[in-house]
Design a protein around this ligand. Structure first.
Ligand code: TPP
Length: 579
């Protein structure tokens, strides 16, 4: 049976068919739906981890126990999981282990567009790159076979276009595979130097064996057409090449690391001019050049952003514009905004009123950095806000006592705890505001250890954030609802005045999660002076209407933040009489 599946759904199906029995992840676009859809297969024990490092470690343990396991993450997640990953390459596996890295060229929803193919080379592990959903499904099974045959973790790298676009997939049955029982084998599993140096030799030999095996694997395919142009490509770039240059000869790499030199040489000899078309870094290009083969790549193909059929066509035929003249006009830009009624707006606005420095983190609240709120001064990676706030106070003592780190609940549990531990240990005079909206909102409302619900929807222990931060040694801990602006401001001021690290838990559930709409507000034109104070909170329900402002009552969810901001008392509940 054929069905239409996104790359992520296809990976889940591939895990099911390939007898994966443990799947773990921390959410991150564009990878999130892999675990969200894998939970439909009761045969697979699937669970969220608090971060990618733990997710991988759980998968490694499952592999040690002989189970086939899959771990999924967005590209930057592998930075967090890099420590176990690089040594996992040495230990190898018990049951097959596949790590899905979902990269995001073009940064649709990421803070950088790092090219995770380099991780395969760094860890010296094989890297498969599907070019459509069928391959996304099939490659999971192939990755697990390679993993077990070569005693290696295998990376399956997708990019946003593969993860999120749908194409037809032929479904298969779940295939049984033997589970190797756990056996004590310190020389393989205990990576102390005396063992690791032998495993490093094994890793190098494994790469050579793999390069030889690729030749017969059928994963890389030649498509010979016009031999004046020969293109080596992989992943989604293959699709662009097929559309932009249907006449070209192609070597499509299903396995993009390691390369099989013999195969590359044969192709290079068969074509007049050799090109590499790849997104982001010259990953294949540089390795091909190292084989002494002349190749054109980044001279004509951009190193940044996503490719497209148009970009590839223009790279080869710069004069050729006709093909693309019938494109629709680009849509007007619609920058992302915090939802109407989002509690983060109240927290960020409340902090902005204090005129302090606010180091930020990653989550919906990062949008508070955009105008008109403009209330966050930094954003680097998950968990960075706390260490950075501490660093600011070290840069200049005048920042002590007036610097705040804002961090979401999911992010705090991901990698924020250690930053706070450091602040306590080193007596930093910072205030950490944990924006506790009881969910991982940015990636689509996934549960986490603070919500009390697992991936499968079962109830579980919910971590108590107040007790957790107290246990870390924080002596000022307060919980406040940011929609009560006066109380919020007073609490943060008290925290800032405290002589030591302080934590304010700004707690109000994500408005999309509770879906509770209260009576909306309206602006009474008789009282509105057009001062635009309400516009400064950046609520999408409020707009400028002539010399006054207006509230769109279909969008307003009645949170009441604007009421507290209006100096004229002009904002009233629908149904209240105008003055
Ligand atoms: C290492 C890493 N993993 C995953 C992500 C994707 N991601 C960005 S923010 C975020 C968590 C957001 O949750 P929270 O901190 O609770 O803030 P909210 O969006 O709920 O306001 C995730 C999973 C990322 N950017 N980096």
């Amino acid at each position: 049976m054929k069905v239409l599946l996104s790359g992520n759904e296809a990976i889940s199906r591939g895990a099911y068919e390939a007898n994966v029995s443990v799947a773990t992840a921390y959410p991150g676009t564009p990878s999130t739906e892999i675990l969200e859809t894998i939970r439909q297969y009761p045969e697979i024990k699937a669970q969220w981890a608090p971060n990618e490092k733990v997710a991988l470690e759980v998968a490694i343990g499952a592999s040690l126990g002989g189970a086939r396991s899959l771990v999924a993450m967005k590209h930057v997640g592998l930075n967090v999981a890099a420590d176990p990953f690089l040594t996992l390459s040495y230990t190898g596996v018990g049951g097959g282990l596949v790590l899905v890295s979902a990269d995001d060229p073009g940064m649709h929803s990421s803070q950088n567009e790092q090219d995770n193919r380099h991780y395969a080379r760094l860890a010296k592990v094989p890297l498969l790159e599907p070019a459509n959903s069928q391959e996304a499904k099939d490659f999971v099974g192939i990755a697990l076979q390679i993993s077990e045959q070569f005693d290696t973790p295998v990376m399956l790298r997708t990019t946003t276009r593969i993860s999120h676009s749908k194409s037809l997939v032929e479904l298969g049955e779940r295939r049984w595979s033997a589970q190797v029982p756990f056996e004590k084998d310190p020389a393989k599993w205990v990576m102390v130097p005396a063992h690791a140096k032998f495993r490093h030799l094994f890793v190098e030999a494994r790469l050579e064996d793999l390069a030889e095996w690729i030749w017969r694997s059928g994963l890389n395919t030649y498509e010979f057409n016009d031999r004046s142009i020969g293109i080596i490509t992989s992943g989604v770039a293959y699709q662009y090449v097929k559309e932009a240059l249907p006449e070209a000869s192609i070597l499509k790499l299903g396995i993009a690391y390691p390369l099989c030199p013999k195969q590359i040489r044969i192709f290079a000899n068969e074509v007049e001019k050799l090109y590499v078309v790849e997104e982001l870094d010259p990953f294949l290009e540089e390795q091909i050049r190292m084989l002494g083969i002349e190749v054109i790549g980044k001279e004509i193909i951009p190193k940044t952003g996503e490719l497209s059929t148009e970009i590839v066509r223009k790279a080869f035929y710069p004069e050729d514009y006709e093909l693309f003249t019938d494109r629709p006009k680009p849509l007007p830009k619609r920058p992302p905004v915090l939802c109407a009624g989002c509690p983060h707006r109240a927290s960020i606005y409340g902090l902005k009123r204090l005129g302090i420095r606010v180091t930020g983190d990653i989550g919906c609240y990062t949008l508070g950095a955009l105008p008109p709120l403009s209330g966050i001064d930094s954003c680097v990676c998950m968990g960075a806000s706390i260490g950075m706030a501490e660093g600011l106070t070290l840069a200049d003592p005048k920042y002590a006592g007036n610097t705040v780190a804002v961090i979401g609940d999911s992010t705090f549990l991901h990698t924020g705890i250690q930053g706070l531990l450091d602040a306590v240990y080193n007596k930093a005079r910072i205030t950490v505001v944990i924006l506790d909206n009881r969910t991982t909102a940015m990636t689509g409302h996934q549960d986490h250890p603070g919500t009390g619900v697992t991936l499968s929807g079962e109830r579980t222990k919910a971590v108590n954030l107040s007790k957790l931060v107290e246990a870390l040694g924080v002596e000022f801990v307060a919980v406040v609802d940011p929609l009560n602006q006066e109380k919020f401001k007073a609490t943060v001021e008290e925290a800032l005045a405290f002589d030591g690290p302080a934590v304010v838990i700004s707690r109000h559930p994500c408005i999309l999660k509770v879906r509770k709409k209260q009576d909306p507000y309206y602006i009474d034109p008789a009282q509105c002076t057009g001062c635009h104070a309400c516009i400064q909170i950046g609520c999408p329900a409020i707009s400028v209407a002539g010399c006054h402002n207006a509230i769109n009552q279909a969008s307003c969810i009645g949170c009441g933040l604007c009421v507290q901001i209006c100096p004229e008392g002009a904002i009233k509940k629908v149904g209240e009489a105008s003055a």
